[in-house]
Design a protein around this ligand. Structure first.
Ligand code: NAD
Length: 282
């Protein structure tokens, strides 16, 4: 079978860790060339070296337009084209009660989580429109799809990415460009381990991740997001645009975390009580 991304060129922001690093590794294994963009230069260079000739690392602060424009240009310079822009870098950012969040923390967080995606879409479109093809992916989150799951500013930015994805897909379909988002749940990456347990190293604490998983027998990994990103970039997803694909083990659909089989609503069985006449039943 042919590699799924044979000949394609992909930019991955946040490529030095978590979802970005896993996606870069899988994309290269599937025949792509990748440009990793991040602010963690040492780790970024290490991963690019590990991936060999088909990979480059570029320092890029995704909240800065010149940096994002620069990474797109670097992909063209190094590999001659851009087939996929994956806007994935992120932080948790401002936390706390709504009446206590300082404006400057709000603005800093929006810069990294939301302005970055706008900039990634803008500069990818600049080079993809003349090609009449391309794929733009962005990482949103389950917290952007339902209230009460995460910090206010983080959740707001992630919800904005869902809206931007739909809207930009509606514009760029006419240019042959597909625009989609991925909404992870709770995955074992340094960011989630840090947010949940105050320690990025807790990423290896598989027991805890297993207990909070909605899907029995496994928990969310960085590789799960890499699989979704590679599929959405591939021609196999060639008619998929404007969607937010949840990759969360069923969390946002309502699957409780760590529940036993036959739990809650599904415990036991009561015979159906027919309410003659009232619902049209005899
Ligand atoms: N891990 C989860 O459970 C989870 C769930 C939902 C959404 N997400 C989202 O997935 C994306 C990736 O997160 P991850 O879990 O892989 O975390 P991670 O911390 O492992 O990776 C995030 C990467 O983004 C980089 N980054 C941070 N600020 C940057 C900036 N200004 N410019 C460039 N790069 C920057 C970091 O250096 C890091 O390498 C983020 O957008 C995050 O919000 C993660």
């Amino acid at each position: 079978m042919n590699p799924r991304l044979d000949g394609k060129v992909m930019v991955v922001t946040g490529g030095a860790s978590g979802f970005g690093a896993a996606t870069a590794r899988l994309a290269v294994a599937e025949g792509a060339r990748v440009v990793l963009a991040d602010v963690q230069d040492e780790r970024g260079h290490e991963i690019a070296e590990e991936l060999g000739e088909g990979a480059r690392y570029v320092h890029c602060d995704v909240s800065q337009e010149a940096d994002v424009a620069g990474v797109v240009d670097r992909a063209l310079e190094a590999f001659g084209q851009l087939d996929c822009m994956f806007n994935n870098a992120g932080i948790v950012g401002a936390r706390g009660p709504i009446d206590e969040i300082p404006l400057e923390e709000y603005e800093f967080t929006v810069g990294i989580l939301q302005r970055s995606v706008f900039l990634g879409m803008k500069h990818a479109a600049r080079v993809m429109k003349p090609m009449r093809s391309g794929v733009i992916l962005s990482t949103t989150s389950c917290v952007g799809l339902r209230g009460g799951l995460g910090p206010h500013v983080y959740a707001t930015c992630k919800a904005a990415i869902v809206g931007l994805t739909r809207n930009v897909a509606a514009e760029l379909g006419a240019w042959g460009i597909r625009v989609n988002a991925i909404a992870p749940g709770k995955h074992a990456t340094p960011m989630f381990a840090d947010a949940a347990f105050g320690d990025p190293g807790a990423v290896g604490n598989t027991d805890v991740f297993m207990k909070m998983s909605p899907l029995r027998g496994r928990f969310g990994t960085a590789e799960d997001i890499a699989e979704a990103a590679v599929w959405l970039t591939s021609d196999g997803a060639g008619f998929v645009s404007g969607v937010t694909l949840s990759v969360d083990g069923g969390l946002i659909a309502g699957t409780p975390e760590g529940a036993e089989p036959g739990h809650g609503l599904y415990a036991g069985h009561e015979p159906l009580i027919r309410e003659g006449g009232r619902r049209g039943m005899q």
